[in-house]
Each structure stands twice: as structure tokens, then as C-alpha cells.
Design a protein around this ligand. Structure first.
Ligand code: 3PG
Ligand code: MG
Length: 396
């Protein structure tokens, strides 16, 4: 697929309504991870350099149509100014007279941030009148919010039909990395999928099994697969009502060309706490009063040898209870292995979705991965093979 980009747009003197995702984690008014802000900088700078005026549209949290003060975007202004190196004006609404006045007063070299689009219920409803109100504020629409592209909202989808539309730099980067990893990858391709529940990753597993050569299953999900093989998983987190589904996935894999890799050894404990007494055992030897909290070293060795022969890696989710030491061992070790292969140029590694980036950061591996997606839900939906409305709207 190819996209109209900023390069094909005449930006000089134009107001560019730029949909970004600056839904960053905050604690007590402090941004705890500014990645999403850092990653939109190229788009903003390129628009400014071409003589355009970026007007940022974004959501923050899920205010459900109410003006929830804690979900205002205004507190992000200083962080945006620091990241862009220019003034960032703010308008207290994303439509109406105030927003129009602020857009009209914008000078070359400045950026305008509009208040949380989700303060209007019309945003998630993708109301065309609301989209038309926003469209009045600009000449061009640039969507740089891949991580919100799974939402068919007015600012992520509707606007693309109302103004000349293009993809921003981050959107381009996300699309080419994800297409490279799944649509036209260099083979063999390995997918590592971890996380707690099979039920939330069912569509992901089903799609990946058709597309990748090896599928490594880790985390709580792996326990459900072990249970599906008749193995007693003791007190482990497992979805016993999903074992039929897990068996179907295993059958589908063995009928096709995908090799499923489940833990061959496990780290068990009787308490879920930091430093809990633990033991490494074969995968079928979990005591009935214990729980599986991580994969063991033999499993990591198997994953590493598969990665040695691979060309492409897609990573989503941790392999164990990575928040709690020492049950982060498998995640850290496998991530470090993949990171080193990537740094040597031997592996194209793409990671994203939910807890993934936190896990890879904690493993100190994120910096060496080929590409780290800023997307959570959108990454998963892409990997499930779904069409993302925000992306589709850019291609027609
Ligand atoms: C995210 O944080 O994943 C995106 O900003 C989308 O947010 P949402 O799940 O509230 O639509
Ligand atoms: Mg989300």
C-alpha cells in the first residue's frame, strides 16, 4: 500500500490539522513516559519547515463527552514546547469561535494545540457535522496517530474525507514497519506473544498462525495451552474454559506451516511477590499448590535458537510475570537476545501493543529493537489482520 505523505502536500502558509496521539501516561501531573510526544516531533518539525502551521488534534483518556478537568490536554503544553522547540498555543475547545480565533491568529513557526476532542460525544460517534466544524479550522488534514487509528472517530477517520489528507511521519514509520513485519516479511518470521489471557489474544493467535513460521506463546496464556495438553498447572493463572480453543489453535498450527513453541520448563512459586521462593521444573511438573510465573532457561534457549535462524520477529507481550523479580528472567533474556541480533543487523524486530514496550524497556532491550510501535490496541488489531479505519480513510 502507498500513502499520500507530507512530501506530496503544498504546506506553505497552510493550516495543517494534525491528528496526533499524545495520550501519554501521567501520574500526579507528571508525564511518566514521553515516547508518544517524542515520536510526533518529526511531523511537527517537517510541517513547520515547509512553512505550514500545525494545529494539533488529540484525545486524552476517555472523558466520554464530558469536560473532565483531569483529562485536559493543557498540562502537556510545556512538554510539547520542549519537544518541538517552539511556542505551543492552546485553545480550550477543538471547535467553535475560540478555536477559530486561535487558528486564525497562529503565526509561522508556532503550533496550536486544541483541547481534548473526546470532550465532545460527537468525536467517538464520528458525527459528520462535528468533523465539519473541525475541518473549518484547517486547509489540510495530516493523520499521525497510528495508535488511535483503530478508532473510527471524527478526528481519526471523518476528517480524512473532508480535507486533502495525508499520513504524518510517525504514521508512515508505523505502517512501513508493520507491513514489513507481517505483510511482506523476510522469512523465517517468529512471533512472540505473551500476556495473561488467550481470550483477549484469540484473533491475534489465529491470524499469526497463518502468517508466521514460529509462534512462541508465553505468559499466563501459555498455561492455558499446557492445560489444554492435559498438564496440571496447579494454581497458575489459566483460562480453563479456553482449553478447547487452545487445542484448535494447536491443531491449526500443526496442520499448517507454523511451529508452536510452548514452555518446556517453568519457574514456579507459591506466592506472587518479589523474590518469592521459586523452583525451575519441567513444564509438566507444576505442583498442585504452586503457580507458574515464568518460562525457564531451556525455553529461553529454544527461543534463542529459533531467533538465530530467523529474519523477522514480531513481539507482543511478556513471557512471564515480568513486573515481579525474578519472574522477569525469560522476558529479559529473550528480549536481550533479540535486541543483540537486531543490533548486529541479523534480525528485523518489531514490537508493540499493551505492556510490551514497558517490558522491553525494563529489559533494557527496547533501544536495540528495529522498531517499537507507539500503539497498544491498534498494534494488536493490525496484527489480527483487521483494517484500521483511520488508515483506510487515508488510502481512499
Ligand atoms: C491508546 O492509548 O491506546 C490510544 O491512545 C487509544 O486510546 P483508546 O483505547 O482510549 O481509544
Ligand atoms: Mg487503549
Amino acid at each position: 500500500m502507498s500513502w499520500t505523505t507530507l512530501d506530496q502536500m503544498d504546506l506553505k502558509g497552510k493550516r495543517v490539522l494534525t491528528r496526533v496521539d499524545i495520550n501519554v501516561p501521567m501520574e500526579n501531573g507528571v508525564i511518566t513516559d514521553a515516547t508518544r510526544i517524542e515520536r510526533i516531533v518529526p511531523t511537527v518539525k517537517d510541517i513547520l519547515a515547509a512553512g505550514g502551521m500545525p494545529i494539533l488534534l488529540a484525545h486524552f483518556g476517555r472523558p466520554k463527552g464530558e469536560r473532565v478537568p483531569e483529562m485536559s490536554l493543557q498540562p502537556l503544553v510545556p512538554a510539547l514546547e520542549a519537544a518541538f522547540g517552539c511556542d505551543v498555543m492552546f485553545a480550550a475547545d477543538c471547535i467553535g469561535a475560540g478555536a477559530a480565533a486561535a487558528a486564525g491568529a497562529l503565526q509561522a513557526g508556532q503550533v496550536l494545540l486544541l483541547e481534548n476532542t473526546r470532550y465532545h460525544a460527537a468525536e467517538p460517534a464520528n458525527d459528520p457535522d462535528f468533523a465539519a466544524e473541525m475541518a473549518k479550522l484547517g486547509d489540510i488534514y495530516c493523520n499521525d496517530a497510528f495508535s488511535a487509528a483503530h478508532r473510527a472517530h471524527a478526528s481519526t477517520e471523518g476528517l480524512a474525507h473532508l480535507l486533502p489528507a495525508c499520513a504524518g511521519r510517525l504514521m508512515q514509520a508505523e505502517l512501513s514497519a508493520l507491513e514489513g513485519a507481517l505483510s511482506s516479511p523476510e522469512r523465517p518470521v517468529v512471533a512472540v506473544v505473551g500476556g495473561a489471557k488467550v481470550s483477549s489474544k484469540l484473533e491475534l493467535l489465529s491470524n499469526l498462525i497463518e502468517k508466521v513460521d514460529y509462534l512462541v506463546i508465553g505468559g499466563g496464556m501459555a498455561n492455558t495451552f499446557l492445560a489444554a495438553q492435559g498438564i496440571d498447572v496447579g494454581k497458575s493463572l489459566a483460562e480453563h474454559d479456553m482449553t478447547d480453543t487452545a487445542r484448535e489453535i494447536m491443531e491449526k498450527a500443526s496442520a499448517g506451516a507454523c511451529e508452536l513453541i510452548l514452555p518446556s520448563d517453568i519457574v514456579i512459586a507459591r506466592e506472587f511477590k518479589v523474590g518469592a521462593a521459586n523452583e525451575t521444573l519441567p513444564a509438566d511438573a507444576c505442583p498442585s499448590d504452586a503457580m507458574i510465573l515464568d518460562a525457564g532457561p531451556a525455553t529461553v534457549a529454544r527461543i534463542s535458537s529459533v531467533l538465530d535462524g530467523a529474519k523477522t520477529l514480531i513481539w507482543n507481550g511478556p513471557l512471564g510475570a515480568f513486573e515481579i523479580e525474578p519472574f522477569d528472567m525469560a522476558t529479559n533474556a529473550a528480549a536481550a537476545y533479540a535486541a543483540n541480533l537486531s543490533a548486529k543487523g541479523a534480525l528485523i524486530s518489531v514490537a508493540g501493543g499493551g505492556d510490551t514496550v514497558a517490558a522491553l524497556n525494563q529489559a533494557g532491550a527496547a533501544g536495540k529493537f528495529t522498531y517499537i510501535s507507539t500503539a497498544g490496541g491498534a498494534f494488536l488489531e493490525w496484527m489480527e489482520g483487521k483494517t484500521l479505519p483511520g488508515v483506510a480513510a487515508l488510502s481512499d
